[in-house]
Design a protein. Structure first.
Lengths: 220, 672
């Protein structure tokens, strides 16, 4: 396969990633959100693998492998179990209605591309055009965290944001050093578990996972 | 090892820390604290005084400790200035520790252990402030000192008033610490490291040097209690247990003076006379204000606290004059003023410590702090009355005690003003000296009031009438502690020449020049000569002999001619046949003339009884004006700004995330 073809493949995967980010933004069901997150992880792993193959950087293979293990299998599984135990498969209420959120999201994508164009012209990697997409998916995930009211979708937003960052690193500089990647992966894993524990505590305390209840914690 | 003052001082400081930690071992700890910890601390203090005295006469010594952060070890240094202050710390704390062993004797063991821990950590941190030779260790020790003394102040933290007094103290202490930290930053100027050697070597532009001076003056002044940052003193001193008040007022305020001298004279250097004028003005205001408010107090410890403010003002007057003289190039006169200031620092530590201890004994024995309730205490507690009298005479600057010597030296320095070229400054200096004279007279009046109202006369309130409630005189250890400091008042008052020579060493090490040859030649054991024998000299020993002889002569004459002829008869009762002890002069009444003359300076709240009142009571509250024109407006402004900032805290995670999001977007837009 030629380099251009590989680059095109990466571009396709990047577009897929962006699509998934929008899908997550508009999705009302928690279960589907988790599935989308797993797909995002898969797209990320695939693009990392392609970049690894085309540039011959072996450490990217490991990072792709870790991505598959962690983001496609382990974390979705953990989240699945979590929502089973918490009975929160269905509910999702957003602060802003979904069409408006999507419009804001489109604005963010335009902003991200405007921002990334000068940077990607300086970059020399074959995946440089995807930097804007990576940035856009980070911002979209952030937006998702803001507009969701329940704790589980917020955490999914957080994990999706991490995916976007990871993709940005791969596309701009062929990935971070392996040590850093390992560290980040471990952080995400630990973070997921901590969030899981907190969910139980929050629910025990307030009988709900609605984070509006936490407004009471504010000191007057 | 013990022959080196630096190692010895370090050993003492570490020993204090060890005593503090050992006190926590829980076996029979009340006994340990009372019988071992405090006496050991006192012995260590005596040793420290000896090492300090030795250090004054030796060249500076340095030591680098293998402690601290990586690449940032602690540097220690002992030079004559530090040695002098170590001597002050050791000798005064020795008396206070002995006293504390008796004073804290009845505390429950848990509280006593804590007090012992905080007390000795406080002592050790002050020693490290004096030993520090880099800004890092200095700040660490400085903050440890502030925190440990804060916890000592709020020993009785169950009472809200004491907690708020502690908070005020902590707040002002931290304001000062920030200024000191910034001052070190300015001195550092982005080059080299933070050892004092490097800061000393740094060449600052005049503007930056002035900034550094102002920061140091503000920062150390906040700790020393200079106007208008004095507000914590009259709150914190009454709140703290008496030995702690004695430590704070006697020694901790002096570490601030040490810091001021160290940073301004030593580290910044190149003194300018304009700085001296700033110090002089603030010092004069502090002196006058402190004594005027002291006169209005009827709480004994608040009164003493305001006198600490006044005495800090006197020390600042000395320092300011020194800076003016040195700034104009008259090093000998400058050194004389510096010596006066440092001498007064030591004197104030001794007599104010003594007075606070005396106030503590009164509080212990009678449970009283309000002068208006006291009276006739000399009958119940004659020994305390004796020691208190010595302290009162010393602070009133009466010869042959120590307070006189340093104030006299300050006057002598002020009289040197004629050598200055600058006409305005030359005519201003005597004005400052006049302020000092006024303050001295008012101080004497104030202590006539304290002594007369508290110890003489009749007990005022029926509940407190003879014998003095639930305890007699001060205990044995309390008396030893007071006797030590009272002896200090005499030694410092009777042998000033030796201290003058010692302080001359400090002056030489700081400015490179000392007193004039004439002064050094003239000052023997008998005479104290600050400039030249022709100009002024003073001999406390002759003074004492004359006083003693006159007293003896009067006594003998009275005995010879009037003995046995005394006739007892009812005095004229002014038409009031039934006199009660409540008809005596009160503390408030005694201060009335001054209150009248300086009326605009006070904010008074008077309650006069109505004509129908069956139980008439007159009450008077004099408040500090600074609260109304400085502290409360600042507090209100801070509260207003904080309440606006608090709007940011919505309690909703989405809003918080939105903040981060907007920040991120803004950064991406502006920084790309």
């Amino acid at each position: 396969m030629g380099i251009t073809l590989l680059a095109e493949l990466v571009n396709v995967l990047a577009a897929f990633l962006l699509l998934l980010a929008f899908a997550m933004l508009s999705q009302r069901r928690v279960l589907t959100l988790i599935k989308l997150l797993a797909w995002q992880g898969a797209a990320l792993a695939a693009s990392t693998g392609i970049v690894a193959w085309s540039t011959g950087q072996t450490h990217l293979y490991y990072s792709a492998l870790i991505t598959v293990l962690l983001k496609v299998i382990l974390i979705p599984w953990v989240l699945h179990r979590l929502i089973d135990r918490l009975f929160v498969r269905w509910d999702i209420e957003t602060l802003i209605n979904i069409p408006t959120t999507m419009l804001i999201g489109i604005g963010l994508v335009i902003f991200a591309f405007a921002l990334a164009t000068p940077i990607s012209q300086m970059a020399t990697t074959l995946t440089r055009s995807t930097l804007g997409i990576a940035l856009a998916s980070v911002l979209l995930s952030f937006l998702m965290m803001i507009v969701r009211q329940k704790a589980v979708p917020q955490v999914i937003g957080f994990l999706a944001m991490e995916n976007g960052l990871f993709f940005a690193a791969t596309s701009a500089t062929y990935g971070m050093p392996l040590v850093v990647e390992l560290g980040v992966a471990l952080d995400v894993l630990v973070g997921t578990f901590i969030f899981g524990i907190f969910f139980f505590h929050i629910r025990e305390r307030f009988d709900s996972l609605d984070i509006r209840h936490m407004e009471k914690l504010k000191e007057d | 090892m013990a022959s080196s003052p630096l190692a010895g001082s370090l050993l003492v400081a570490v020993g204090w820390l060890a005593v503090a930690v050992l006190g926590l071992v829980p076996t029979n700890n009340a006994f340990f604290a009372r019988r071992i910890a405090f006496p050991l601390g006192a012995a260590a203090g005596v040793a420290l005084a000896a090492f300090g005295l030795q250090a004054v006469w030796l060249p500076p010594q340095i030591l680098t400790l293998p402690l601290g952060l990586p690449d940032l070890p602690f540097h220690l240094r002992v030079d004559p200035l530090a040695g002098f202050f170590l001597m002050l710390l050791g000798s005064v704390s020795a008396g206070i520790s002995v006293y504390a062993a008796g004073y804290f004797g009845n505390e429950p063991s848990g509280r006593l252990t804590l007090i012992s821990l905080q007390y000795h950590v406080f002592l050790a941190s002050m020693a490290f402030v004096l030993l520090a030779d880099d800004a890092y260790l200095f700040m660490v020790a400085w903050e440890t000192m502030a925190l440990s003394s804060y916890f000592l102040v709020i020993t009785d933290h169950q009472q809200p008033a004491i907690r708020s007094a502690g908070f005020l103290y902590l707040l002002i202490a931290h304001l000062g610490a920030i200024a000191i930290l910034l001052c070190f930053g300015v001195l550092h100027g982005g080059r080299g490291d933070y050892t004092f050697d490097a800061l000393r070597a740094a060449q600052l532009q005049p503007a930056w040097a002035t900034v550094a001076f102002l920061l140091a003056f503000f920062g150390f002044g906040a700790k020393a209690g200079m106007l208008p940052l004095h507000a914590w003193l009259p709150e914190a001193h009454p709140a703290a247990p008496s030995p702690v008040s004695a430590l704070m007022s006697g020694i901790m305020l002096k570490t601030a003076i040490y810091g001021m001298v160290r940073v301004i004279f030593d580290l910044i250097g190149n003194l300018r006379w304009e700085w001296g004028m700033v110090v002089l003005t603030v010092g004069a205001a502090t002196t006058l204000f402190g004594v005027l408010y002291a006169l209005m107090q009827h709480d004994l410890k608040r009164l003493l606290a305001y006198h600490s403010v006044e005495n800090i003002g006197i020390i600042l007057l000395g320092l300011g004059m020194s800076m003016v003289f040195i700034g104009f190039g008259h090093a000998a006169a400058g050194v004389l003023a510096l010596i006066a200031a440092l001498y007064h620092t030591l004197n104030h530590a001794v007599f104010k410590g003594l007075l606070f201890l005396g106030a503590g004994s009164i509080l212990h024995a009678t449970g009283l702090r309000n002068l208006n309730d006291m009276g006739g205490l000399i009958r119940g507690m004659p020994r305390t009355a004796f020691y208190f009298l010595i302290g009162a005479l010393a602070i009133s600057a009466l010869p042959p005690l120590n307070g006189f010597v340093s104030e006299w030296l300050t006057f002598q320095a002020a009289l040197q003003a004629t050598i200055l070229q600058h006409g305005v400054v030359r005519s201003l200096l005597p004005l400052f000296a006049a302020t000092l004279a006024l303050a001295g007279a008012l101080t004497a009046m104030c202590f006539v009031k304290v002594y007369g109202i508290a110890f003489l006369g009749q007990a005022r309130e029926p509940a407190h009438r003879t014998p003095v409630p639930h305890a007699g005189d001060a205990g044995r250890m309390e008396r030893y502690g007071m006797a030590w400091l009272a002896a200090g008042c005499f030694v410092l008052g009777l042998f000033p020449s030796s201290f003058l020579l010692m302080l001359n060493r400090v002056g030489v090490s700081l400015t490179g020049q000392g007193l004039s040859e004439e002064a050094l030649a003239g000052s023997g054991w008998l005479w104290l000569v600050p400039t030249s024998a022709g100009q002024a000299s003073y001999s406390p020993v002759i003074f004492l002999v004359v006083i003693a002889a006159a007293t003896l002569l009067t006594f003998l004459l009275v005995r010879r001619f009037y003995h046995g002829r005394v006739r007892f008869a009812a005095p004229w009762d002014c038409g009031y046949p039934e006199q009660t002890s409540r008809m005596q002069d009160t503390a408030d009444a005694f201060g009335q003339p001054i209150r009248h003359v300086f009326g605009p300076l006070y904010r008074m709240d008077r309650r006069l009884p109505g004509p129908e009142d069956a139980e008439p009571r007159y009450s008077l509250k004099v408040e500090d004006r600074h609260w109304y024109w400085l502290y409360l407006p600042v507090a209100r402004a801070a509260e207003f700004v904080s309440s606006k900032i608090a709007l940011l805290q919505q309690g909703r995670i989405s809003i918080y995330l939105l903040y981060s999001f907007i920040t991120l977007i803004a950064l991406l837009v502006f920084v790309r």
